[in-house]
Design a protein around this ligand. Sequence first.
Ligand SMILES: [Zn+2]
Length: 357
Amino acid sequence: MRRAFSVIRCDAFWRKGNWASWSTIRELLGDGNDENEFIAMTTEKARPILGRGRFAPSTTGRAHPGTLLAALLCWLDARRVGAEIVLRLEDLDRERTKVGYVDQLDRDLAWFGLDWDRRVLQSDDRERHEEALDSLVREGRVYACDCSRARVRAEGRPAPDGSYAYSGRCRDQRVRAGRWRAEPRPLRVHLDARRRELRDESGKDLSGDAAELFGDPILRRRDGAFAYHFASVLDDAALGIDRVVRGRDLVPATILQVALQEMLGLDTPVYRHHCLFLERHEQKLSKLHGAVDLETLRTRYSAEELCGAIASFVGLASKGTRCRPADLVADFDWARISDLDVELRFDAAVGLSPAKR
Ligand SMILES: [Zn+2]
């Protein structure tokens, strides 16, 4: 009895060479496995849970190589240390999320070999997003903005994420408590001007004054959807996420998320940003997106070949490796991963290949 208690008190276990979360063990126990067997197996290597990470793709199409790289790195980062990993499907963009996209993305990630301790749909949390907006409205911080994109651009400085810092022109149009639901215009929040010092886990400097860099951010868009940064920080907090691993394209906006967390009284997780897969359009390099999706990749690769190829592009495996994500857990180390973005090409005959520098 005492031994069983000691196991239940722990949250992560060494199982088949990997740290498995307590929820995984519980699932296995539920399948009629012998509890004593697990107790014997885990007594020596049980240790407290080391956090919870998440992979949070937007559900606007099939997985592409960039999606799979981000998913793989989030998953390995968590599995390596016995943290839990949540799949959060970000489906708030009604215009771009089509019927079937959510299930397809689920299937794509499962085919690639990734599993999750928990899976959530962002749209299921609408009530919680509304409550948070309610409280900011009550504090008198939220206002309706009727500026066109052209006006925001004309009056604002370029923001670090490629948008334009909002001038604050509509701040007088404060929304009264209980009235925001009927408001057809985009809603912004008045952000406190203050510089915040922050580095991500790899040492990237994320410091800055979000109000100066971005202006007051939109919380709810014209189409009624909650804006990405607002929903994202609320959901991270609600899920108890303490590690956020994501592409370095989100580096510039991190300080804005931190300012929102502060305003909402939420903890700031540890951030880690990784390199991106890029593609060349004429002279310009951009984030690899949509040029080649999993439907096309599956005509050329098995799951093991594709996982090995993606791992090899960032330094996690040698060229020609065939593997499942679970095979990469034991040797996973951020120090092995290239900090440089990788330019990829796709050719139906050759598959994906890094462009020569
Ligand atoms: Zn405005």
